[in-house]
Design a binder for this molecule. Structure first.
Ligand SMILES: [Ca+2]
Ligand SMILES: [Ca+2]
Length: 110
């Protein structure tokens, strides 16, 4: 194997590793803070529970996919459906006097 081939294979290996570690652009990605900052959680679907980021998401990217978000685990409680990105869920109304900040507990891509 020549030097250039080895170098190229190395690049491919690094790129593959990056793809498995970072949430893919095709996953819905939740952030704990506004403007897509803070802790990051990414998954195509989370119909049962969100684990550590349960009730902590404050901004979310959907990458154009239609996603239904739920107030409780197992797709229960109030919900809203959108393919938009939200840089601040405090501005997304829920029930009177409440918003979706720190309240998403499960979601399903529709
Ligand atoms: Ca939060
Ligand atoms: Ca919740």
């Amino acid at each position: 194997m020549n030097k250039i081939t080895k170098a190229l294979l190395g690049l491919v290996a690094v790129a593959g590793l990056t793809l498995t570690v970072a949430p893919g652009a095709n996953a819905t990605v939740l952030h704990t803070d506004v403007n897509y900052t803070g802790g990051v959680y990414g998954a195509d679907n989370a119909p049962y529970t969100l684990g550590w980021i349960d009730d902590q998401a404050t901004s979310v990217r959907n990458y154009g996919y239609n996603v239904r978000f739920f107030e409780y685990d197992y797709k229960l409680g109030l919900h809203f459906t959108s393919s938009a990105d939200f840089n601040d869920l405090r501005s997304v109304g829920q029930k009177p006097g409440y918003n979706w900040d720190d309240d998403i507990s499960s979601y399903q891509r529709w």
